[in-house]
Design a protein around this ligand. Structure first.
Ligand SMILES: Cc1ncc(COP(=O)(O)O)c(C=O)c1O
Length: 501
């Protein structure tokens, strides 16, 4: 064994990072053992002899041998330092590792690889991308003040493992807010702070359903909910949506009774319909009778433009089996990663207990800062401002679409939030138009991708499938479309569509 050559080979692998002689020798021997260049059972050179051969201090060799001994690669015996038999078994050689790494056994789980990847790239700043607020309008200075104040005032005891359910000040601020603005019936003890709706959905799936249970989802519907339920091992059952929201029939209740029912009743995602009062009652009654939980995702109802916000389902009936979910991703900014669940009073203690193991909420200062932002009226002021701003942007965008493309697109929902839903009235597939727009550098979300296929219930239809005419269209975000840019942006969409006809 040429130890000098071995060391220079290993040294080159570390590139710019300079190793001491002792670390370099340790790394070289470890590498040689793992790759099989030094075989199990063989004896290493005596420390004095190796130090002489390499022209390094004996202490460096002693250090390397000691470390290898501590880690179990070699063991000291009467005959010197012997390479352990377990060393390769415990740590497969690098080449064997590479072979394994290429096999699917080391890939992601089947539940995850089956998920659709329809979401935009994270760096996609396209103004039509739905779901992203006007981030440059967020009052960063005010928020910074709240965060700094929170850190300055923080009690060191807050830095411990505690507040699994969220900081008490934020739980109280949220309870006060949703009671008034969303007619949610709750006390602070029923409010659980999470890292956003996605985390709330994961928790709901895990807290309220067992593997193999059925979860009803709106069809078309929100990818995030489907992803959470699918990865929790639930059986997705798509329920059609019409102009009055989710429309289950008696056959659905009989043949596929749900354990969870996911709803976006105030602003159906993505079609924009509002769940009618009649359907709300019917779903509550059926769910109560069959022991099913309703998960009410109220993601953007604070941003309603016409009329007062609709009251929540949760507040309709005392003791209804509803988990109400809220998020600050739309009203503040998505990277804040703060959302919340409101659970029925009788479940609050059990949920709090389960969260100790399941989810340990962090970022205590952000939570205190958010409570301050809400309590001091800054949140309500910001919301009022954004509602006005989004309303102007919505009017400009709808105007541009109707002026230029009333023969090609019909605006089918624009009641609130930050996006429009438009139907494509041309003989084209929404996915094809969306792909052509992507090549133009503009993201526009095709509605058909939010559907699950009828035949294979929890898989999306293949890209080649002809979309259902009701869901052949787009979600068009307007929160970041400036009124004086709306016409030029719509003109680009018009050019693409007309060139495809
Ligand atoms: C229907 C729906 N619910 C919830 C959310 C927000 O989720 P989060 O709080 O995880 O950002 C979104 C975001 O796009 C959404 O579209």
């Amino acid at each position: 064994m040429d130890y000098g050559l071995l060391m220079s080979n290993v040294e080159t692998q570390f590139g710019e990072r300079k190793l001491t002689q002792q670390d370099l020798l340790y790394e070289s021997l470890r590498h040689a053992i793992l790759s099989g260049a030094i075989r199990e059972g063989s004896r290493l050179l005596a420390t004095r002899a190796l130090a002489e051969q390499l022209g390094i201090a004996r202490n460096s060799v002693l250090y390397a041998y000691e470390r290898l001994t501590d880690e179990g690669f070699i063991s000291a015996s009467r005959h010197g330092s012997i390479v352990s038999e377990v060393s390769r078994a415990a740590s497969p050689s690098l080449s064997a590792w590479r072979e394994h790494a290429a096999t699917p056994a080391f890939g992601l789980s089947r539940r995850v690889t089956g998920l659709p990847h329809e979401r935009a790239r994270p760096d996609d700043a396209s103004p039509f991308r739905p779901g992203v607020p006007a981030l440059d309008e967020f009052p960063l200075g005010q928020w910074r003040t709240c965060v700094e104040r929170a850190w300055r005032a923080i009690d060191p005891r807050e830095l411990d493992y505690r507040n699994h359910a969220g900081h008490p000040s934020l739980r109280r601020a949220i309870a006060d807010y949703v009671r008034v603005s969303r007619s949610v019936r709750c006390t602070p003890e029923q409010v659980f702070v999470t890292s956003g709706t996605q985390a709330s959905l994961d928790l709901c799936a895990c807290l309220l359903a067992d593997v193999g249970d059925s979860a009803w989802v709106e069809n078309p519907g929100y990818h995030g909910a489907k992803a959470a339920f699918r990865t929790a091992g639930l059986n997705l059952v798509p329920i059609p949506v019409d102009a009055a929201g989710m429309a289950p029939e008696s056959a659905h209740w009989q043949d596929n009774p749900p354990k969870l029912i996911y709803l976006t009743p105030s602003h159906q995602y993505p079609l924009g319909s509002v769940l009618s009062l009649e359907r709300r009652w019917s779903i509550i009654e059926n769910a109560t009778a069959r022991g099913a939980w309703i998960i009410e995702d109220d993601y953007d109802s604070e941003l309603r433009h016409s009329g007062p916000p609709l009251p929540s389902i949760q507040g309709l009936a005392e003791e209804s089996p509803v988990i109400y979910l809220g998020t600050f991703s739309k009203t503040m900014f998505p990277a804040l990663r703060i959302g919340f669940m409101v659970v029925p009073a009788h479940l609050a203690t059990a949920v709090e207990g389960a969260l100790v193991e399941l989810s340990r909420q962090g970022r205590v200062a952000d939570q205190i800062a958010l409570a301050d932002f809400i309590d001091s009226g800054k949140y309500a002021r910001h919301l009022r401002r954004m509602r006005r701003l989004y309303q102007q942007r919505r009017v400009a965008l709808v105007g541009a679409i109707e002026r230029r493309m009333s023969d090609l697109l019909t605006v089918s929902s624009d009641g609130g939030g930050m996006h429009l839903t438009v139907r494509l009235d041309a003989p084209l597939k929404d996915r094809d138009v969306s792909a052509a727009m992507q090549r133009e550098g503009l993201t526009i979300s095709p509605l058909s991708t939010f559907c699950l296929s009828g035949s294979e219930r929890d898989t999306p239809p293949p890209a080649s499938a002809t979309p259902d005419a009701r869901y052949n269209g787009f979600m068009v975000g307007y929160a970041r479309v400036l009124p004086d840019q709306a016409d030029a942006l719509v003109a680009r969409l018009e050019r693409v569509i007309r060139s495809m006809l």
